[in-house]
Design a protein around this ligand. Structure first.
Ligand code: FE2
Length: 202
């Protein structure tokens, strides 16, 4: 018999993050405390529904797991097929990226005086359980890729808005930008509210 999905972990994370945003408005504190919360969520790989963990052979997938009712945040599972990567892009809101399965590389970019983009530092490799942050304040332009060319990787992203509605940009190497709204790959969200599964009647 297979173990039941631990969707309670996702529900707990969403509740804790909503509470954090009730208390904190300063981004540094949100990222600091939010990072701890996301670390707890990605410390276990037993809660993501299978249908929201499916790669697509043509491009990486972004499955919405939850959007806050006031769109203060959204939670997305990013599913990388082998060797897949994003274009260079920004977010324009704060973001936290927690590795759930496999591994990914994030390469940061900075602008030169002439406006071109150059890579800033070495790529960061995220392993399961690790979390990194992005925002316009601390560095917002990066390119992310699956660290594996022979297996699927999955990271859980949390953004300080409904990221599927944020007008942002992808970039060419010369620094020119193209408007971009990322959207979502799924039409149905996981049901985190069926508590009868967790506390069945005796
Ligand atoms: Fe990103």
């Amino acid at each position: 018999m297979t173990e039941p999905l631990r969707l309670d972990r996702l529900r707990q994370f969403i509740g804790n993050l909503a509470e954090l945003l009730d208390q904190e408005t300063e981004e540094a504190a949100i990222l600091d405390r939010g990072q701890n919360l996301l670390q707890q969520l990605v410390a276990h790989d037993d809660w993501l529904p299978e249908e929201l963990a499916q790669p697509d052979p043509t491009r990486y997938q972004q499955f919405l797991l939850h959007a806050d009712s006031r769109q203060r945040f959204s939670v997305v599972s990013f599913v990388w097929g082998p060797g897949q990567s994003t274009p260079i892009h920004d977010h324009r809101v704060w973001g936290l990226i927690g590795m759930l399965r496999g591994a990914e590389y994030s390469q940061g970019f900075a602008r030169t005086d002439s406006g071109a983009l150059i890579s800033a530092g070495d790529p960061v490799r995220l392993a399961p359980g690790q979390v990194e942050a992005v925002s316009p304040r601390i560095g917002d332009i990066h390119q992310v890729s699956n660290a594996h060319d022979d297996q699927v990787s999955i990271s859980i992203h949390v953004y300080g808005a409904n990221i599927g509605a944020v007008k942002r940009a992808v970039y060419l190497a010369d620094g020119s930008e193209k408007p971009f709204i990322s959207g979502y790959s799924n039409t149905r969200l996981p049901n985190i509210w069926d508590l009868s599964k967790e506390n069945p009647a005796p």
